[in-house]
Design a protein around this ligand. Structure first.
Ligand SMILES: Cc1cc2nc3c(=O)[nH]c(=O)nc-3n(C[C@H](O)[C@H](O)[C@H](O)COP(=O)(O)OP(=O)(O)OC[C@H]3O[C@@H](n4cnc5c(N)ncnc54)[C@H](O)[C@@H]3O)c2cc1C
Ligand SMILES: NC(=O)c1ccc[n+]([C@@H]2O[C@H](COP(=O)([O-])OP(=O)(O)OC[C@H]3O[C@@H](n4cnc5c(N)ncnc54)[C@H](O)[C@@H]3O)[C@@H](O)[C@H]2O)c1
Length: 460
């Protein structure tokens, strides 16, 4: 039987980093993945979605240049060319990952799927048994599709499928106004696809603040119909599309679309890896209980990283977790708490959305009576007006006595940059006064942060 010191299950962003981190300490590290290789981020996630969004923004900016007195006569979106570019560029990102994997010795790689058959034993899809001293689970996640949406049959699209279409569809109903739904749904709409978006429970993107959520709803609803708490009565596949019956303004309405895009969340890939054959403690979703600082599970020799642990399903977190777990798995007698960065999530919609630090509900719970919050409306911001993008709302929460920043939510132009500025400030535990002592150029979007901080100073 093959014997391995450290087995890394999954060669995505988390697994690859875990492998490299562990390999610094041990010669016996096996990276196991049946493929497709190249990582979710590069193949079907971060990169192709951002490529589609860039195409959409190009079309949108031309169509809306009239704000500046510039009119383009005819804007033609060539759906075939748009998707070809997305795939071409996507393939380059994937190729870069695969090239990087070439430096991994062949003996360290196994192109099969594996499952646990005991705490220290894995079985490959071909029946080979592998005795393992330590294991890092890095199996990622996959779309979670409610049964009802499967009624769309062949007309059901997942994020993976969207980028493989030969041309842009004419119409798409998007289920789930979360991160993926808003990014892809808005991009499709801006590329001329008729989009309707339906959600449950009223959530919009990752936003926790009700005012910002409302502002987001208003912004997106200007571009396509969006009901974040829809009542859907039926879904039916027919030869050329899918028919959806839902309640719209109190009336039952039936509309047909080319496709139904399911963007209703993701589930960790831990249900087919034989966890039932181990003595690992699992949570209510069947995910191994683990320590987010060490990535160690209830059995000291097993670690879980990236989307598989369902904690912070984002690329930079997957990479950080892989590095921590790789080191800890290799140094089992000296497991250490790795450094976790301040929570930061960005949605590449327009306006962009960002959440940083503690969520509003967490602040209420931990700092009740001892925090202040100020908000800023981009409608009044000089730079946003110059850019013709004067919409959005931003809030910052700070502790009352110290003035230290606790959390931020942004809906606004170029939020990706403001979000980093504020995330770095929170991580440095900077206070409102510290930040107000920094330079603010004119005219820039950051001046909005200064206005907000000045208001916040008056409240703490
Ligand atoms: C549409 C979309 C857009 C996104 N955009 C962003 C973004 O802009 N920014 C951001 O930060 N995040 C984004 N994400 C999230 C990000 O892509 C993920 O958080 C990240 O890719 C997770 O990496 P991972 O290593 O955990 O998983 P993966 O990269 O999915 O790797 C898991 C690997 O495990 C393998 N595997 C599974 N089961 C087994 C088994 N039994 N045996 C062996 N191998 C197995 C799989 O083949 C796969 O290669 C996006 C996700 C999606 C879907
Ligand atoms: N820019 C980024 O960083 C980025 C981009 C895309 C994805 N991601 C990662 O991928 C994860 C998954 O994204 P996601 O958008 O699939 O999940 P999500 O949790 O962000 O959104 C799922 C949405 O679907 C809704 N929903 C659930 N069941 C539904 C149903 N039956 N009908 C209609 N709506 C329903 C939910 O209310 C929610 O609004 C994100 O949490 C994020 O971590 C990140």
């Amino acid at each position: 039987m093959r014997k391995v010191n450290i087995a890394v299950i999954g060669a995505g962003s988390a697994g690859l980093t875990a492998y490299r981190s562990a390999r610094k300490y041990s010669d016996s590290v096996l990276l196991i993945d049946p493929g497709p290789l190249g990582t979710t981020c590069a193949r079907v996630g971060c990169m192709p979605s951002k490529l589609l969004i860039s195409a959409a923004d190009a079309a949108w900016n031309i169509q809306h240049a009239s704000t500046f007195g510039i009119t383009a006569r005819q804007v033609h979106v060539d759906g075939v060319a748009v998707l070809e570019r997305v795939r071409q560029m996507r393939d380059r990102f994937v190729a870069k990952v695969l090239k990087g994997m070439e430096s991994i010795p062949e003996l360290d790689k196994l192109d099969q799927s594996v499952r646990f058959v005991a705490d220290h034993r894995l079985e490959t899809s071909e029946g080979e048994l592998i005795e393992v001293d330590r294991v890092i689970i890095a199996t990622g996640s996959r779309p979670a599709v409610p049964d009802m949406l499967r009624l769309a049959g062949k007309r059901l699209l997942l994020n993976d499928d969207l980028f493989e279409l030969s041309t842009l569809p004419k119409s798409v109903v998007v289920f789930g106004p979360g991160v993926i739904g808003l990014e892809l749904g808005q991009a499709l709409s801006r590329l001329g696809v008729r989009v309707r978006m339906l959600g449950v429970g009223g959530s919009v993107g990752p936003l926790g603040d009700t005012d910002i959520r409302q502002a987001a709803l208003e912004c997106f609803s200007r571009e396509f119909p969006l009901d974040p708490d829809a009542q859907v009565n039926g879904i039916k596949e027919f030869a050329d599309g899918v028919e959806v019956t839902f309640v719209n303004n109190g009336q039952l309405k039936t509309e047909t679309f080319d496709y139904l895009l399911a963007a209703t969340g993701r589930r960790p890939n831990v249900d087919h890896i034989g966890l039932e054959n181990t003595s690992l403690a699992l949570d209510e979703r069947g995910v191994p209980v683990f320590d987010p600082h060490t990535l160690q599970c209830s059995l000291a020799h097993i670690f879980i990283v990236g989307d598989a642990n369902n904690h912070l399903p984002l690329l930079h977190e997957a990479v950080d977790e892989g590095a921590i777990a790789g080191r800890n798995a290799a140094q089992l007698s000296d497991v250490q708490r790795g450094r976790r960065t301040v929570p930061l999530a960005i949605v590449f919609s327009d306006p962009q959305m960002a959440t940083i630090g503690l969520q509003p509900s967490q602040i209420e719970q931990a700092y009740a009576g001892n925090y202040a919050v100020a908000s800023f409306d981009f409608a009044n911001q000089a730079r946003a007006k110059v850019l013709g993008r004067d919409y959005g709302l931003m809030k910052v929460w700070a502790e009352k006595e110290s003035g230290v920043l606790l959390g931020v939510e942004i809906l606004g132009p170029d939020a990706e940059h403001l979000a980093h500025l504020l995330a770095w400030s929170i991580q440095q535990q900077l206070s409102v006064d510290d930040l107000l002592g920094m330079p603010f150029y004119h005219p820039v979007l950051e001046e909005g942060v200064r206005s907000l901080l000045k208001e916040l100073k008056g409240l703490i």
